[in-house]
Unconditional design. Structure first.
Length: 251
């Protein structure tokens, strides 16, 4: 019976990916932030207004800006302070886009594939992608903001798995905890019939996010990729490798 249920879940997931209208829509806050990102005249007050309409996003931005690495702590008393003093406009905007986008995808916080670890890794990978992009030759036309978003979104397939099929995702989370030496993507194939990079690319494309992000999400486990937007794929792959060297493994 359990095998039949698993096969039915795999079929349902694959069908949902083929029909974008069945996937969770991009939240309104994320849509507003993307419109702001595309506006060359966007300003700090507009960004603060959008963020403050979302209590969860407001809390996240304040908490992040109070981290010890910024040195402001409790002196950050508003979203305006968080952005103007600690985060900076572009970094805050790109971070807010990722956090707001994830708001519609509900998964458990705990475990090797829980929300806490996914976000910890995503934020570090995104920041490293941005800094690596800044060191690249200008002829390569790599946008550091887009590089940041590629790192932030690259594992969103896990969030989609957990949101659409929570029971099976709990099983996968347990498998990863019990068999840490096993390659996670191999376990994903057993449980879902597809991997998080494949599923994540469908979601990002359904949300109509930039092609650079779609490609980075789809190909980040394949650093030899040489197609369109290859620079962004390689940035995410290199960032993950550097983080692994620091003891922060990719998911």
């Amino acid at each position: 019976m359990e095998n039949r249920n698993n096969e039915a879940a795999k079929t349902n997931l694959q069908q949902m990916l083929l029909h974008p209208e069945k996937l969770p829509p991009l939240p309104e806050t994320a849509q507003a932030l993307i419109l702001l990102r595309n506006n060359p005249n966007a300003n700090l007050d507009e960004l603060v207004t959008i963020i403050e309409k979302d209590p969860g996003l407001t809390s996240f931005m304040m908490k992040y800006a109070r981290m010890a690495i910024f040195g402001y702590g409790e002196r950050i008393t508003s979203v305006w302070h968080a952005i103007s003093l600690a985060l900076g406009f572009n970094s805050a905007l790109n971070m807010a886009i990722g956090v707001a986008s994830a708001g519609c995808l509900k998964i458990s916080n705990r475990g090797p594939l829980g929300r806490i670890r996914i976000w910890h890794h995503a934020l570090k990978c995104a920041a490293l992608c941005r800094e690596l992009a800044k060191t690249m030759d200008k002829k390569q036309s790599v946008d550091s903001g887009l590089a940041y978003l590629c790192g932030l979104f690259h594992n969103f397939g896990y969030l989609l798995f957990g949101h659409l099929l929570p029971q099976q995702y709990t099983f996968l989370n347990d498998l990863c905890q019990y068999y840490p030496a096993k390659e996670t993507r191999h376990l994903e194939l057993q449980v879902f019939g597809i991997t998080h990079d494949f599923a994540g690319a469908y979601l990002i494309e359904a949300w109509r996010l930039p092609g650079e992000i779609v490609t980075a999400v789809a190909e980040h486990h394949f650093p030899d990729y040489e197609g369109q937007h290859a620079h962004y794929v390689k940035l995410v792959a290199v960032a993950n490798r550097l983080l692994q060297n620091e003891g922060i493994s990719d998911l």
